[in-house]
Design a protein around this ligand. Structure first.
Ligand code: ZN
Length: 575
């Protein structure tokens, strides 16, 4: 699963964006295309690789080359005409041709993801095909389903599995083609590069992942290498292979190839383990009825904080991934759990290009200086850990159950809001007790720590609200800010800006944390519904503030400076 930070794209239709009808009738001209492209702020991704061993630095070059092979594989998966169109665009030296190539490369295809996947180049289907190139274009859902019924059980598994494409058999029926066959040429080259990297690195967990994944590229059996990826904990970090199924909009069966080449962030990793060590103390002091506190909280799923050197394929088209949870294979998840990878420098780039400009428009002038990336990222880390706090196993009418079961479709909005609020509460608690908890060196609390925490949080709420309240995350965010406004923790000024009231915010956060945790502890569906219905709305003062954000970029376009230095590319994609 992937986290883009920018949430629901359908809500982005603003003044700078063409309507779907406009795009359907004519493709954008040069000026329009430049406007569309400008929504992605070009941002250099630089990573300090000086801490890598000699062997890892050589291995890094091999991994970058392997990751670059993932782009053409993904493009074959995306659309049958993708690679041919790409080759044609590269030969077009006109300004319009160059602009098309640039925006094509951002989207990895001729459809603009921010505009409902509508075409921006003539002569292609008006929209991205729902089945991408995983199935024959003429295949219907019903036809596939009735064909699957005629197969043996083993074949059915293959047909509906992650790692096969379905092709016409030329006789009015279908056949199953494993990825290892469909993309044999590129996968064989990539496998060789993984093997080279495995022999260069001195880290055993990386060596193990690379050799098993090399084998998987050729055998099409990914299980063992997914298990090895769960154990991967190395200065040089990589995710490469077929993972997410979002591009198969017909069935959600087929995995798209992606790659992330990363370097572990040791400082943030140390922060994370220090926080994780103190979680039980936070739980013991949660602002809820003590009977709901968990005397022994469960183990945490592994979290890695890394800096992205480069991404490719499904991991680098349109809105950039900020964090991901993998693998998706339920057999591996059942045995080993899943791992979360947080891309710190990608989040920093988004913070700089989007959150800072937003804060300048919505915050009171003298608080703008308190918006801090360190506070932002530390809260995201704490948010993740706080999913593990609070009620998870509850008893209702004498029967064991869970908040998820009881809150049903409201659960994710409540749980995300709970992790946000509990994250603020936990950070305040750690700031207050930094000395006693041995966190002074890590948190370095000073007179402005609290200001940075709450002001940054206020600014970041606008970034989430910008994408509307149509889905769980936005609705949950609106609920939080309205609650904190009603308690006086956040204040709307007559000039349309917002500020934090430091005399009230702590109590307000404490109350919010209490209310959300209690809803979960009591499995209170009616209470959750009432809270979301009354507070999960966009009030006029927020709507007015959001209207001022029109020209601020929607996302970044990463420029992989370090990757290009370590392994110079043969093709340039930006004009
Ligand atoms: Zn979360």
């Amino acid at each position: 699963m992937r986290f883009l930070i920018l949430i629901s794209l359908v809500f982005l239709l603003g003044s700078t964006i063409l309507s779907a009808q406009e795009l359907a009738t004519k493709v954008p001209d040069l000026a329009q295309l430049q406007k569309m492209t400008a929504r992605f702020a070009p941002t250099e991704l630089k990573v300090d690789i000086s801490g890598l061993s000699d062997g890892d630095r050589k291995a890094l070059a091999k991994l970058i080359e392997a990751a670059r092979l993932i782009d053409p594989i993904f493009m074959q998966q995306y659309w049958s005409g993708d690679l041919a169109l790409y080759a044609k665009l590269q030969k077009d030296a006109s300004p319009l041709g160059k602009a098309r190539l640039h925006y094509f490369w951002i989207n990895k295809g001729p459809w603009s993801e921010l505009d409902g996947n509508s075409a921006f180049i003539p002569g292609v289907p008006e929209h991205k095909l729902p089945g991408a190139n995983f199935y024959p274009e003429s295949m219907t859902k019903e036809k596939f389903e009735s064909w699957v019924k005629t197969l043996s059980e083993a074949e059915q598994k293959q047909a509906t599995g992650f790692f096969t494409v379905i092709r016409s058999d030329g006789k009015n029926g279908f056949k199953i083609v494993p990825y290892s066959e469909a993309y044999k040429e590129d996968l064989t080259k990539a496998a060789k590069l993984l093997n080279d990297a495995a022999s260069l690195t001195d880290n055993a967990t990386l060596k193990r992942f690379l050799t098993t994944r090399e084998a998987a590229f050729l055998s099409n059996d990914y299980y063992e290498s997914d298990v090895a990826w769960m154990d991967l904990d190395a200065p040089l970090d990589i995710t490469i292979g077929p993972y997410e199924t979002y591009n198969d909009e017909v069935f959600g069966y087929k995995a798209s190839y992606e790659a992330y080449v990363n370097v572990r962030d040791d400082q943030e990793s140390a922060k994370l383990s220090a926080f994780a060590r103190d979680l039980q103390e936070i739980e013991n002091n949660l602002p809820i009825d003590p009977k709901y506190r968990n005397p022994k909280i469960g183990g945490q799923a592994p979290i890695r904080v890394v800096n992205e050197v480069m991404s490719a394929g499904d991991g680098n088209h349109a809105v950039q991934t900020a964090a991901y949870n993998l693998p998706n294979d339920e057999r591996v998840v059942a045995e080993k759990g899943s791992k979360r990878v947080m891309l710190k420098n990608v989040q920093q780039a988004k913070f700089q290009q989007i959150l800072i400009p937003i804060s300048k428009k919505v915050l009171v002038a003298d608080e703008q200086g308190d918006v801090s990336f360190d506070a932002f990222f530390t809260h995201i880390l704490t948010h993740e850990l706080c999913h593990g706090l609070g009620p998870h196993q509850i008893t209702l009418n004498g029967k064991p159950t869970t908040p998820r079961e009881q809150l049903k479709e409201l659960y994710s909005a409540i749980e995300e809001a709970k992790a946000d609020a509990t994250g603020l509460f936990a950070l305040q608690y750690m700031i207050d007790h930094a000395q006693a908890m041995g966190l002074a060196d890590i948190l370095k609390p000073d007179a402005n720590s609290e200001k940075r925490l709450y002001t940054t949080y206020l600014a970041s709420s606008f970034r989430t609200l910008r994408f509307g309240i149509g889905e769980a995350h936005g609705k949950g965010m609106a609920m939080q800010v309205n609650y904190l406004m009603d308690k006086g923790g956040f204040v709307a000024r007559p000039d349309g800006t917002f500020a934090v009231d430091y005399t009230r915010i702590k109590d307000a956060v404490r109350d919010l944390t209490h209310d959300l945790l209690t809803l979960e502890a009591e499995g209170n569906y009616a209470g959750a519904k009432q809270m979301l219905d009354t507070l999960g709305v966009l009030r006029p003062e927020f709507r007015a503030a959001l209207d001022k954000l029109g020209d601020i970029p929607v996302d970044i376009e990463p420029v992989f400076v370090t990757a290009d230095e370590v392994a110079p590319p043969s093709v340039k994609h930006r004009p």
